[in-house]
Design a binder for this molecule. Structure first.
Ligand SMILES: [Zn+2]
Length: 554
């Protein structure tokens, strides 16, 4: 599906259709057609290619691939230009070219100039092109990292003097490696230039070392300093285990050489990790390759055939994980998907915990979707934008009804919304019968995991009643809700607090914190244990406390 070249102002090339967390499903316009993101570009090396490009498109459904302009120039000179890159590769979809930067990282230097690489990519008619950047790598000095950033920026500026075509999308890479201030500087400089796409360099080594926490730092730093809606490519991050993490942080494009490289080393990818072929007794994969054979049979194949088998399986797995991540974005359940993948490896869970550091930024740019109910498993979910957002709103924007003098604090009920629960109905009946004209003096709030305090009038706001929480609660979640409860009492002006204490789910935490906070504020505090007494007895106690409180002079 070739489209005639059209004018590509960079604002027009990327359209966002769906969001979840910082992830998006988008449409990227190129001169060879529109592709949907998040998108994986399998790396094609025409010299040693286990799966032909045509098959990558037709059988594996890949809409795009990436190849290396420097390798093409060195090995094939003018052939790709004479035949056109798409014909040369025998691929109908979108072709992206990398510049040779990876070769600099591996071999130190390469025999070309930034200008030559720009001219060559225009000549071969690539769709998405990359300037000659200078990858930082992982274990380098600050001085070297600075040099890589400055050289990349210099080459980036030169592009806009060299390029002659307007129909190719240009990628402006961000460097800086583990030096986050340099990543930020690099991004701030790059954002000033009219690139269509940005890319974050150097994650290959970071991935090999399983430093996913550092990857979180690098991606978020880049995102914070780039125009948030411009597409971002993550270079060399080709393992399905981390796609959802990178997508959740706002990466749109990936390239994978890993599917083929792993295959050469007998490694079998799964979305939860990698196996050596000889470790497997069964293929845990429903792809068309794996369903027809066994690990034992594949082990006995001739080397080349075995490598092709593994490369094909690996590519199916990568594609499936991209699709699963996209579906999670559509369903508003990317966080849950991220949780599942994070439990594939301790370092991934460490990366998920790292998101706490950036919870404000993630919350600010996450959409408020109203889709299915959401799941909370443990305290790592407290970073989730819904929780952060509710906390901020309650602290910064909420005040209780003016006439409210008594705060009735109730534990979360089994059924939701809390305001329609059996427990509250009984209390409401009691209040109506006995208190009549005093009703508006009593304000009911719920203490709940993971949101903290939910005032009754807000409990149908999504997702305060549209979630499921795992019980028993973990220590950190109890501490979080306890702290939110104390903050709520501190920030409001009730005269009396009445706690329906639920020791079964909260031990003495809520009780002790309420007692302490009320004492410090010099306001009255009463409590009734809900689980120890039958409902009728509890209601009688509550009635007595309320009558006494209302009869007392303020
Ligand atoms: Zn498979």
């Amino acid at each position: 599906m070739r489209v005639c070249s059209f004018s590509l102002g960079f604002k027009m090339t990327f359209e966002i259709k769906e969001r979840d967390l910082l992830a998006r499903i988008g449409r990227l316009k190129t001169k060879s057609g529109i592709v949907e993101t998040p998108l994986l570009f399998p790396v094609v090396n025409p010299s040693i290619q286990p799966i032909p490009p045509r098959k990558i498109g037709e059988v594996f459904g890949c809409e795009a691939l990436i190849t290396n302009a420097y390798i093409l120039k060195k090995r094939f000179q003018n052939q790709p230009a004479e035949r056109g890159l798409h014909k040369f590769l025998d691929f109908n979809g979108v072709v992206m070219t990398d510049s040779g930067a990876y070769q600099i990282l591996r071999y130190g230097d390469i025999e070309t100039t930034p200008k030559e690489i720009v001219e060559y990519q225009e000549k071969i008619d690539t769709d998405i092109a990359t300037i000659l950047d200078y990858p930082t790598g992982l274990k380098v000095t600050r001085k070297h990292a600075e040099k890589t950033v400055n050289t990349t920026i210099k080459n980036a500026k030169q592009l806009f003097k060299t390029k002659t075509r307007e129909d190719i999308l240009w990628v402006g890479p961000i460097q800086g490696g583990r030096y986050l201030d340099l990543v930020a500087k690099s991004a701030r400089q790059m954002r000033k230039l009219p690139f269509n796409i940005h890319a974050l360099g150097s994650p290959t080594e970071i991935m090999q070392q399983y430093r996913f926490d550092l990857l979180v730092d690098m991606i978020v730093t880049a995102k914070m300093n780039l125009p948030i809606d411009r597409p971002l490519h993550l270079f060399g991050a080709g393992h399905p285990i981390m796609f959802s993490l990178a997508v959740a942080l706002g990466c749109d494009l990936f390239d994978s050489a890993a599917y083929a490289i792993y295959a050469r080393n007998n490694r079998y990818m799964t979305p939860n990790g990698t196996y050596r072929l000889e470790e497997l007794d069964y293929f845990p994969c429903p792809c068309p390759k794996c369903t027809k054979t066994t690990p034992e049979a594949v082990s006995e194949m001739p080397t080349k055939q075995k490598q092709t088998f593994l490369a094909e399986h690996n590519l199916y797995t990568c594609q499936a994980e991209i699709k699963q991540t996209k579906q999670a974005i559509k369903n508003g359940r990317l966080w849950e998907h991220l949780q599942t993948r994070a439990h594939s490896h301790p370092t991934l869970l460490q990366a998920l915990k790292k998101l706490k550091k950036y919870e404000d930024f993630i919350e600010k740019h996450s959409p408020a979707t109203k889709k299915s109910g959401i799941f909370f498993y443990d305290h790592t979910d407290l970073t989730r934008p819904y929780v952060v957002r509710h906390r901020k709103k309650l602290t910064e924007q909420y005040s209780p009804p003016k006439e409210a003098k008594i705060l009735l604090l109730m534990p979360q009920t089994r059924t939701k919304p809390f305001s329609k629960s059996k427990e509250l109905k009984e209390i409401k009946k009691l209040l109506r019968n006995i208190l009549k004209q005093h009703l508006n003096k009593i304000h009911t709030c719920f203490y709940t995991a993971p949101f903290g305090i939910i005032p009754i009038e807000l409990d149908e706001v999504y997702p305060l009643s549209q979630h499921e929480t795992t019980l028993p609660l973990d220590k950190e979640t109890i501490e979080y809700v306890t702290k939110q409860t104390a903050n709520y009492i501190k920030n409001t002006n009730y005269k009396t607090i009445i706690l329906l204490n639920d020791p079964e789910n909260w031990n003495k935490n809520i009780l002790n914190t309420c007692k302490k906070t009320c004492k410090n504020k010099n306001i009255k505090f009463k409590h009734i244990n809900t689980k120890e007494k039958r409902t009728k007895t509890m209601l009688t106690s509550l009635k007595k406390i309320l009558q006494k409180t209302l009869s007392e002079k303020p």
